[in-house]
Design a protein around this ligand. Structure first.
Ligand code: GLN
Length: 492
């Protein structure tokens, strides 16, 4: 069984046809994951016992004709900032290294209620802060396409697991690009839903006005099917929305690209993007033209401010959210002489450099005398960025843009240069700032490394971008050419 070619849908079909059992599937993916731990290191922890037990239960249900859903017995991996009861939830941080989740996140509980089998917890940048998965306290994850390169981040473990075939799908979180950028750098599909579509209860918060949980997988139908399971209102997250039926992910994606108006933001196709990346993204644009889409140049004039706005608002929220890690309630405690000394020592030793940097920036930007100059100003410009999208998306059905200005870079290349790392987020952060949905799709290889692009939709209109993505996928003959080492040939 080649786990690299198995999508969640194919696994489900094989289970129905009796081609394999849930247990055999779980064993095959766990074996691939163990092998991967010696090369890519996609996982923080494997949940072998829990997975095999869940798979057994699924087989028993199926034999009795009581399957819970189409995906009963299908495995999935979970980013390690999302709680799975009884498993560690470290968020890649020393401060939570020994923290065991006391409950399931709503998304996990919903997956379990449909019979999915949880394989383990995937690696990430510490508290999801980063674009390379290098800042994890567990050490970096490597890109399955080239072990000298980063997989992107912060959901780099989830993307690497899907790409290498140690999970058919994985949950990630996206605050400023953390699903779409690693999906692009590893050649997988990855969707960041509209803010409010998916409950964040049980997600370790980074920046609450931007965070959203989403899915990475190898096919559009898979991400749609899984999103359908995890979406919708949860009373435990007041930002989650009771979805009108027309906004729910449909059981089957219909609709076609023919006649669809797709906007290309002129501000996104500028210098700074690698030539090979631009070529690959333009080849995707050509494909959409062939499929009958109308390509329109659009303008998002405030794009230049997106990174500045994000890198003010996000650290402000980080500074507030991470205040709870005080050495008293959760995780690491380094006793000091006084209470304040205990806070200082626990936080000083528990948090890594990038996390400390962001807490300091955020605390400064929120402090008396600076709040107006930084935080309030950033919120005002946030509105302008949002308005740009509203105006453009009134005229076009969706927007096509690159997901990352470069292909995967070498490990360590930017580790000491935070600004260079922040610039990698240039194409992704605006989508979070505006709360929009966006899906990454692979569109080519440059020097044997994947390139991705994103389709950005209107609020709650995942249906349009998923349908367009499905048409694109079909026209490309699927994404099997994005299996590392199986066929590393360049796309012409
Ligand atoms: N790379 C971005 C950052 O470091 C995005 C992170 C994320 O989406 N979690 O903030």
């Amino acid at each position: 069984m080649d786990t690299r070619t198995l999508t969640s849908q194919k696994i489900s079909q094989g289970l129905t046809a009796g081609e394999w059992s849930a247990k055999e599937i779980a064993q095959a993916f766990l074996a691939a994951a163990k092998q991967g731990q010696n090369s890519t290191h996609a996982y923080v922890d494997l949940a072998e016992d829990l997975a095999l037990q869940a798979a057994d239960e699924s087989d028993t249900r199926r034999a009795a004709g009581r399957s819970l859903s189409e995906f009963d017995g299908v495995p999935i991996a979970i980013k390690d900032n999302i709680m799975v009861a009884g498993c560690r939830a470290t968020a890649g941080s020393n401060i939570l290294k020994n923290y065991v989740a006391p409950y399931d996140a709503t998304v996990v509980q919903r997956l379990k209620s449909k019979g999915l089998v949880i394989l383990g917890k995937t690696n990430l940048d510490e508290f999801a802060m980063g674009s390379s998965t290098e800042s994890s306290c567990h050490g970096p994850t490597l890109n399955p396409w080239n072990l000298e390169r980063v997989p992107g981040g912060s959901s780099g473990g989830s993307a690497a697991a899907v790409a290498e075939g140690s999970a058919p799908a994985a949950l990630g979180s996206d605050t400023g690009g953390s699903i779409r950028q690693p999906a692009a750098l590893c050649g997988t599909v990855g969707i960041k839903p509209t803010y409010g579509r998916v409950s964040r209860y049980g997600l370790i918060a980074m920046a609450s006005s931007l965070d959203q949980i989403g899915v990475l997988s190898r096919s559009v139908a898979d991400v749609a099917g899984l999103l359908r399971i995890i979406e919708n209102r949860d009373p435990k997250d007041s930002t989650s929305v009771d979805l009108l039926e027309k906004w729910q992910i449909p059981a089957k994606l219909t609709g076609s690209v023919k006649g669809l108006r797709i906007g290309l933001p002129k501000e996104y196709f500028v210098s700074g993007m690698e030539a090979g990346v631009e070529r690959a993204v333009r080849s995707a644009v050509d494909r959409f033209k062939e499929l009958g889409a109308e390509i329109v140049e659009v303008s998002l004039p405030h794009s230049d401010y997106a990174l500045a706005v994000y890198y003010i608002i996000m650290p402000c929220e980080v500074s507030a959210n991470l205040a709870r890690f005080d050495g008293v309630r959760y995780g690491l405690r380094v006793p000091g002489e006084t209470l304040v000394d205990t806070y200082r020592k626990s936080r000083g030793q528990g948090f890594g450099q990038e996390v400390r940097r962001r807490i300091i920036i955020g605390t400064h930007a929120l402090s008396a005398g600076y709040y107006d100059a930084y935080y309030r100003r950033a919120q005002q410009v946030r509105q302008l960025i949002s308005d740009d999208f509203t105006r453009v998306l009134a005229d076009v059905d969706c927007i096509l843009a690159p997901s990352s200005p470069t292909v995967a870079w070498k490990l360590g290349e930017m580790a000491d240069d935070p600004l260079a790392m922040y610039l990698q987020d240039i194409y992704t952060v605006s989508v979070n700032v505006a709360g929009l949905p966006a899906i990454n799709l692979p569109c080519g290889l440059v020097d044997g490394l994947p390139v991705g692009f994103q389709l950005i939709g209107r609020h709650f209109d995942e249906r349009t971008i998923l349908s367009a993505a499905a048409d694109y996928e079909q026209a490309e003959g699927g994404f099997d050419s994005f299996i590392p080492s199986a066929s590393p040939k360049e796309k012409k």
